[in-house]
Design a protein around this ligand. Structure first.
Ligand code: A2P
Length: 268
């Protein structure tokens, strides 16, 4: 397709960084990832999101994007959906290395380790691009300092949509920073709903029926040991929240840590 328009003299507002795209990888006609340079002054906690846009209009459209890279990484990575006719993603999906992406200066979000009370096992429950904040957290040593075990779940429509996180978890074993920490402690449980796969069904249904716990060889979720984070579409958040509350977990926030947290700023 056509590259997104990139006016040379676009005035960058004060509260925005203008960064350069360093890599783009497309997984399916609906999903892709991209990386941008990281401003030296930009700090965030793994799991947070930031507003991003393109310099293609006098008033650029900004959308919330979870940062998929860990807080120690020298670049910033995002995992994005491509919405046909979407005000941002219609253009964003055409970016190439060398293009400019705008990023607002202030990161925020609830999917941070500090918003959970201590526990033994951390569940990260996602659908589609909702896996992005967890791609950040599974590469952060602090996650393994705080939890003995991490169970990352992603449900997607199709098998190819699982490639991003599947390849990342595979590569993590060789990672110099967390490679040894993830050994035997990070599990990835992927499922599909619309294409045949070895594990099928929505995570909500699989947890309610108990099938998930049987397949994974894990005890049912219990408030004594288990903590959870949820990221996905609004319907998924609501349904998953109800499932966790059914197991006795309680929703927390940055200023009131509890046994699970939800990211509501996320847009699919
Ligand atoms: P399904 O195929 O049954 O709709 P989407 O691409 O539409 O955001 O969906 C991503 C994945 O999330 C799909 O596998 C979809 O399953 C699943 N999903 C959609 N809504 C919910 C929900 N309310 N609870 C759990 N999973 C959901």
């Amino acid at each position: 397709g056509q590259p997104a328009p990139q006016p040379a003299n676009w005035p960058v507002p004060d509260n925005v960084f203008a960064e350069t795209v360093t890599a783009v990888e497309h997984y399916t006609d609906r999903l892709f990832r991209f990386r941008i340079t990281r401003p030296a002054s930009f700090r965030f906690r793994s799991g947070e999101f930031v507003m991003i846009g393109l310099p293609n209009a006098a008033k650029p459209v900004f959308r919330a994007y979870s940062i998929a890279s860990p807080s120690w990484d020298e670049e910033i990575e995002f995992f994005s959906i491509k919405v046909p006719g979407g005000p941002l993603t219609e253009h964003l999906q055409k970016i190439r290395p060398g293009d400019t992406v705008l990023m607002r200066r202030k990161p925020t979000g609830t999917l941070v380790l500090d918003a959970l009370v201590p526990g033994k096992r951390l569940y990260m429950l996602s659908t589609g691009t909702g896996v992005a904040p967890f791609a950040s957290l599974i590469r952060d040593p602090e996650t393994y300092e705080k939890f003995e075990e991490v169970v990352l779940v992603q449900t997607c429509r199709e098998v190819a949509e699982l490639a991003y996180i599947t390849r990342m978890v595979e590569a993590l074993k060789e990672d110099p920073l967390v490679g040894e920490m993830v050994e035997g402690r990070l599990r990835l449980h992927t499922t599909t709903t619309r294409e045949p796969f070895e594990r099928m069904g929505r995570i909500t249904d699989l947890m309610t029926s108990g099938r998930f716990f049987e397949d994974a060889g894990l005890p049912p979720i219990a408030p004594e040991d288990d903590r959870a984070m949820i990221c996905g579409s609004m319907a998924m958040l609501n349904d998953t929240k109800a499932v966790l509350e059914g197991f006795g977990l309680i929703e927390g926030a940055n200023n009131a840590p509890a046994t699970f947290v939800v990211e509501r700023a996320f847009v699919g």
